[in-house]
Each structure stands twice: as C-alpha cells, then as structure tokens.
Design a protein around this ligand. Structure first.
Ligand SMILES: *[C@@H]1O[C@H](CO)[C@@H](O)[C@H](O)[C@H]1NC(C)=O
Ligand SMILES: [Mg+2]
Length: 257
C-alpha cells in the first residue's frame, strides 16, 4: 500500500467513527418479544410506533415502549400534541358548520383525554410506560383537578354557539358522577345535555367499546341524532351508532379496548 492509500484509509475510518459519535446513537438489531426486529433508533422508530397506534394499526397495547418514554414526553409537553388536537377539533367544527342542524342533534365527547387532561397524572407515572394502576389513577380522578384540554374546550364552545347539544360519554363509573360534574364545570365545560357514566353492574365484563356502543344506541332510540363523536380512543368511535362522523384525538399514552 502506498502512502496515499494509507492516509485515505485512516481518514475514512476517522470520519466513519465520528458519524457514530454523539449525534447518532447506534442501536444493534434488537429482537423483541413479539419476534419483530427493530433496527431504527428511537427518534425514527417511535414516531412510526405512534402513527401505527393512532391509526389503529397497532392495537391492544398495554404500555408505551420503554425506549419511547422521552419521545412521548416531548410529544405531549411540546407543541405537537396541542397542534394535532387543534387540527382534529377544527375538522369537527368545520363538519358541524356544514350540517343543517336539527333540534335533536348532539355531539358526543369522551371525557378523559378528550375534554379533561390526565397529563398531570401521566407526567408523574412515566407517560404510559408504567403499567396502568387503577388504584392510583382513581385517586387522581377523585381529586377532581383535571384541567381542560384547551383545543377541545374551544371546539366545545364553538359547537354550543352553533346550537349543538353536548353529550359526555365516559368510562368513569357512576360513583364518580359528582366529582366529574364538578371537575367539568371547574375546567370550563359549563353545560351539557347528558353526562353518561358507566354502570359497573349493568356493564359487568363488557369493554369500553361495547358499553359506549350500547349507550349510543340508547341515545338514538331516544330520538337523538349523533352528528359528531369525538374521542381519544378508538373504542369511543367504533362499533354501532357512531354518528355521522367520528374524530380521533391523539393519545399515545394508553390504549383502551
Ligand atoms: C398500585 O400502586 C399502589 C401504590 O403505589 C401499590 O401499592 C399497588 O401494589 C399497585 N398495584 C398494582 C396492581 O401494581
Ligand atoms: Mg377518553
């Protein structure tokens, strides 16, 4: 090897090693428990994970992948979560404006993650990385201190201005009625046609999707027309009687079937 070739080889090795330095972490091919291999770093893989979860392609997940903890935190705390929420709420409002409204028209909203934010809770519990703990979560709900999700509150007020009636349909159980009413009012959701909470005896063993579908069917039988249905979970907006249009707000912190 002549001198020129040696210099070139050394330079190539130096440049290559620096490319794998501080600005680009290298992750070896990883075998996950489900047999899939991951060969992208979290900043590439985690947005793919979130897109698949939001689009209902990846379902029934129990927790946020550990490697996406920081990604989910920065998504929720940064502008992206608010911007995504604004986009969805605006589409719901544009649709509402396009409708020739009747007296029996309602918009359905989920409560947690849709109108009331549980980010204060999740920020203290790993943004969905930690397994769900009903005891600790319920204690937080019972404090009644959940703030409004600002973009949904704006849309809620706009829909009221258009004359639509509001139905809150929540997986919270009936024993939480008083605290939920007080929390909604405190957060700025001052009026509603109905607040439907889950009767744990009537819906014993049924998941959120079938409970919510059954309650929507009741609404329809009572003569309400469900114009729009806004939720942060697919179980809010799938099944029967979903309404004329459904709107899925972002929620990369948990999945409810
Ligand atoms: C939930 O959290 C409480 C308090 O930290 C703990 O005592 C309990 O074991 C947890 N439950 C589960 C199922 O992890
Ligand atoms: Mg919800």
């Amino acid at each position: 090897m002549n001198m020129k070739a040696v210099v070139l080889a050394v330079a190539t090795i130096l440049v290559a090693s620096q490319c794998h330095g501080s600005e680009y972490e290298f992750y070896p091919l990883e075998l996950r428990s489900d047999g899939l291999t991951v060969h992208y770093p979290p900043e590439v893989w985690c947005p793919s994970w979130r897109l698949a979860a939001e689009a209902h392609n990846y379902i029934n997940w129990k927790t946020v992948p550990q490697k996406c903890a920081e990604y989910v935190e920065s998504y929720i705390q940064g502008d992206q979560y608010d911007s995504d929420s604004k986009y969805v709420n605006q589409q719901a409002y544009f649709f509402a404006k396009s409708i020739k409204r009747n007296e029996n028209d309602v918009f359905i909203f989920s409560v947690d993650g849709t109108v009331l934010s549980n980010v204060p809770y999740y920020s203290k519990h790993g943004y969905g990385v930690n397994p769900y703990n009903a005891t600790v979560y319920d204690a937080w709900v019972l404090k009644g201190e959940a703030p409004a999700l600002a973009q949904t509150l704006k849309n809620y007020n706009n829909l009221l201005s258009l004359g639509f009636k509001i139905v809150f349909l929540t997986g919270r159980t009936v024993d939480k009625k008083a605290v939920t009413e007080a929390n909604l009012k405190e957060a700025g959701f001052h009026t509603w046609e109905k607040l439907i909470l889950k009767d744990p005896i009537a819906y014993n063993g049924q998941n959120a999707a079938s409970y919510k579908a059954a309650e929507r069917k009741k609404l329809t039988k009572e003569g309400w027309r469900i114009v729009g249905n806004i939720g942060d979970q697919w179980s809010d907006i799938t099944g029967r009687n979903v309404g004329l249009r459904t709107f899925k707000l972002p929620n990369p912190m948990y999945f409810i079937a």
